[in-house]
Design a protein around this ligand. Structure first.
Ligand SMILES: C[S@@+](CC[C@H](N)C(=O)[O-])C[C@H]1O[C@@H](n2cnc3c(N)ncnc32)[C@H](O)[C@@H]1O
Length: 430
């Protein structure tokens, strides 16, 4: 208030008094007046309402005619997937879920990919034979041509089969079926049989495509759903799970204890650094370990974001609360810094997957685009954005995808498949 001019002071005084308390000849005696603190008595707009207003303005422009359906999805109960715990005795789970029409969408996609590849190979053989006979080539030449073409096909489409880790199994109910899963149960050693999560959260993990022995960094790991999924691949040589929040890392420890046996937990290091400083605090150690053999440091950067579904439905811990306006406005900057830290942590050839659970292009594509520019201009690092469009085809029965992302892929909530939002983009450091 000290900085206000005369007019400002008068207006502030009016605001403090309120219209019914103007001092004047008929005003109440001083002792009967009660002081109004206008900031605390002004009607507080619910954070969920602020969030929805914000989404209506920005997402209707972005999604056009799709927005009403996405909005309805955001406001209705979300669907879950049951990530099977490979470390527990969980053979009973498929027997229990399959009669209820639940299916493992990862294995289904993997089978689909294999069928396509077989189809492509058969097509290649057929074409090779036609060309061979047309030009009077020998059978041997025709066979060699067909083989070469098959190999070229396989090279063109390695992401199809290869990127779908068949070890990850996640059950979902079919489109339009909103049956709920029972809570997870412990086996005889106390390990829980499955982990309930938004099934779309698995897509960034599948996109990362961890290979046997890889060093993996999960830069913003808590509460740990994706960390657990990364471990289910059985491929992590070492997994560094970091999260700045100590209270949330406690939850991550709980998940590791409830799902993962000790010998596998020993391959995981949990830290609570500011991920933006990863290179300074941990980079050296990691490069030493990761540089020894052919192992790569793969990085998952699952950043804090406006968590659109939560913001539209829950008052508690809502980032659209007036008090958190600055924090919300600074999110894209924090996301960019975290993504840059992930890129700098990755060795050449390694992959970085960036993900959010927001529909906002400012937090999604714009952050990735800016990171590509900075990596090139300031660090001389060139980055290839990997094409993940085959995810749309492979997983179209389970998720609703947005078909218009400039970079990366986006799962849209929809009443018949109410997962997401989930944005993910895969980068390869060259
Ligand atoms: C979207 S959540 C991660 C969810 C997690 N990957 C999972 O699948 O369960 C984002 C996380 O980023 C963490 N975070 C926020 N700022 C961070 C920073 N500067 N460094 C590291 N982690 C940060 C938050 O504490 C939060 O747990």
């Amino acid at each position: 208030m000290a900085a206000l001019g005369g007019r400002g002071r008068a207006a502030a005084a009016l605001l403090r008094r309120g219209p019914g308390t103007a001092a004047g000849p008929g005003a109440a005696p001083r002792r009967h007046r009660h002081k109004e603190k206008w900031a605390s008595t002004a009607p507080r707009i619910a954070s969920t309402r602020l969030a929805l207003h914000h989404f209506d303005t920005s997402y209707s422009l972005r999604l056009g005619a799709l927005w009403p359906s996405v909005r309805a999805g955001l406001l209705c109960e979300q669907k879950y997937g049951a990530l099977l715990n490979n470390f527990a005795a969980a053979d009973h789970v498929p027997q229990e879920l399959e009669p209820l029409n639940a299916a493992d969408f990862v294995s289904e996609a993997s089978q689909k990919a294999q069928q396509w590849q077989r189809g492509a190979a058969v097509g290649a053989v057929a074409r090779g034979c036609q060309e061979g006979s047309g030009e009077g080539r020998t059978v041997m030449q025709a066979e060699m041509m067909a083989q070469a073409e098959m190999m070229a096909q396989a090279e063109m489409s390695p992401p199809l089969g290869a990127s779908i880790s068949s070890k990850i199994k996640c059950y979902t109910f079919p489109r339009g079926d909103i049956t709920r899963f029972r809570p997870a149960r412990p086996d005889s050693l106390g390990l829980l049989d499955y982990y309930l999560m938004d099934a779309a959260s698995l897509l960034p993990v599948l996109a990362l495509n961890v290979q046997p022995g890889d060093f993996v960094l999960d830069l913003c790991a808590a509460p740990g759903g994706k960390t657990l999924a990364l471990l289910q691949t059985g491929f992590c040589g070492h997994l560094a799970a970091n999260d700045i929040s100590i209270s949330r890392t406690k939850r991550l420890y709980q998940i590791l204890h409830s799902y993962v046996p000790r010998e596998v937990r020993d391959t995981v290091s949990v830290t609570s650094y500011d991920g933006r400083d990863w290179d300074q605090v941990k980079g050296g150690t990691f490069h030493k370990g990761a540089g020894a053999g052919s192992v790569l440091l793969q990085v998952l950067v699952d950043v804090p974001c406006t968590t659109d579904r939560h913001s539209a439905t829950e008052e508690d811990n809502n980032i659209f609360h007036k008090r958190r306006t600055k924090e919300r406005q600074m999110l894209p900057m924090l996301q960019l810094q975290l993504l840059m830290a992930g890129i700098l942590a990755a060795k050449p050839g390694a992959e970085v997957v960036y993900s959010t659970c927001s529909l906002s292009p400012l937090q999604n594509e714009c952050v990735v685009e800016r990171a590509l520019d900075i990596a090139e201009a300031q660090f001389n690092i060139s980055i290839h954005v990997e094409d993940l469009s085959h995810f749309r085809t492979l997983f179209q029965e389970t998720f609703s995808f947005f078909s218009d992302c400039r970079l990366g892929e986006l799962v849209l909530p929809h009443l018949t498949a109410n997962f997401g939002p989930m944005y993910f983009c895969k980068l390869r450091r060259m």
